[in-house]
Design a protein around this ligand. Structure first.
Ligand code: IMP
Ligand code: MG
Length: 195
């Protein structure tokens, strides 16, 4: 299988993450206790880079959700798989997401974390597919807007593959098509073996 085609290069990502970290550091300041809540699994690399570039006091929490449905099709129903461990009451929370697609996950997470009675809840996402939005959800700190395409790398996956690529890439549709053709080509052989 060929490597995904580069959509956002490693250099562009690193520059954008540094700019986001600078903005977040300036806007929160040293007096606030900031809790970064990373959404597993997709945000793990973004969170690691962003957290290390911040210049203000911060702690790390993780949360895990899964959306009902299969493959790349989201049904909009979100289920909490793992809640934050630490106490976030009266603290400033920044949700760190890999990608906002329909927006259902982020909207659910905001409501969920607000029930812990934090001082504030804001959102940070590396990528957003604006034209796919189904619900209105505010992204306070956004890395990049992209079109309606499936992206992988820098934490993002397709069927658990390609999470550790240093760049964000698009999986070529031909890869899946090739796989289909290869599988189809094997059918006559399998039937011949069975016969
Ligand atoms: P939403 O609830 O539709 O906004 O879906 C958000 C979640 O779907 C993200 O947190 C990702 O886990 C996943 N997702 C959506 N689009 C992509 C993509 O292009 N690549 C990888 N994961 C994606
Ligand atoms: Mg995610």
């Amino acid at each position: 299988m060929s490597l995904p085609v580069v959509l956002i290069s490693e250099e562009e990502i690193q520059q954008r993450v540094a700019a986001l970290a600078e903005r977040i550091s300036n806007e929160y300041g040293d007096d606030d206790e900031l809790v970064l809540v990373g959404v597993l699994k997709g945000s793990f690399i973004f969170l690691a880079d962003l957290a290390r570039k911040l210049t203000i006091p911060r702690t790390i929490e993780f949360i895990a959700v899964s959306s009902y449905g299969s493959g790349s099709k989201s049904t909009g129903a979100v289920r909490l798989v793992m809640d934050v461990r630490g106490n976030i009451e009266d603290k400033h929370v920044l949700i760190v997401e890999d990608i906002v697609d329909t927006g259902h996950t982020l909207k659910y997470l905001i409501g969920m974390l607000e029930s812990h009675r934090p001082a504030s809840v804001k959102t940070c996402a590396l990528v957003r597919k604006a034209e796919r939005a189904e619900v209105d959800v505010n992204v306070d700190y956004l890395g990049f807007d992209i079109g309606d395409e499936w992206v992988v790398g820098y934490g993002l996956d397709y069927a658990e593959q390609n999470r550790t690529l240093p760049y964000i890439g698009v999986v070529k549709p031909t890869d899946e098509f090739d796989a289909f053709i290869h599988a189809a080509a094997l059918w006559p052989l399998l039937r011949w073996i069975q016969a």
